[in-house]
Write a new protein. Structure first.
Length: 146
């Protein structure tokens, strides 16, 4: 009788642990794709948003097939990532780090940032400099509102 009681307890414990782990992992991150751009149609990518232990939002962005900002019309110096929030306006997350790979000529862009503001939408603009308070008019990529 002790063995069957132990097996029932062990099974319930493992099932509960599995469900809690599954729920916590699935609810922690959200992956949102960028809409196809009119400015750089070949560019595609996503943003991944999750909460960290301090209740901040960790944001990871990956873009492929990005045109160099100096080849845009008009030419710009950098790509800047912006976060639209529900209550706190638009925030500059930083400059998109771009590079081309060894096996491909396509330009990739990445950014990892942490913010206390709840994201509503993420978008990327082409700018003359990265330390701006407000985005310019040349939006390159954008997500839908989430």
């Amino acid at each position: 009788m002790k063995i069957s009681t132990y097996k029932k307890f062990n099974f319930k414990f493992l099932l509960t642990a599995f469900l809690l782990l599954s729920f916590s992992l699935s609810s922690c991150s959200k992956k949102v794709r960028f809409i196809t751009s009119q400015v750089v149609p070949a560019a595609q990518g996503y943003t991944k948003i999750s909460r960290d232990d301090n209740k901040n939002y960790a944001i990871e962005i990956e873009i492929e097939n990005l045109a160099e900002s100096t080849r845009l019309q008009p030419p710009k110096a950098v790509y800047v990532v912006w976060l639209e929030t529900a209550n706190n306006g638009t925030k500059n997350l930083g400059q998109l780090k771009s590079s081309s790979g060894f096996f491909t000529s396509g330009l990739t862009g990445t950014l990892e940032a942490v913010t206390p503001f709840k994201p509503k939408r993420v978008f990327i603009t082409a700018e003359d400099r990265s330390n701006l308070d407000y985005p310019g008019s040349q939006a390159v990529l954008s997500t839908k509102t989430f």
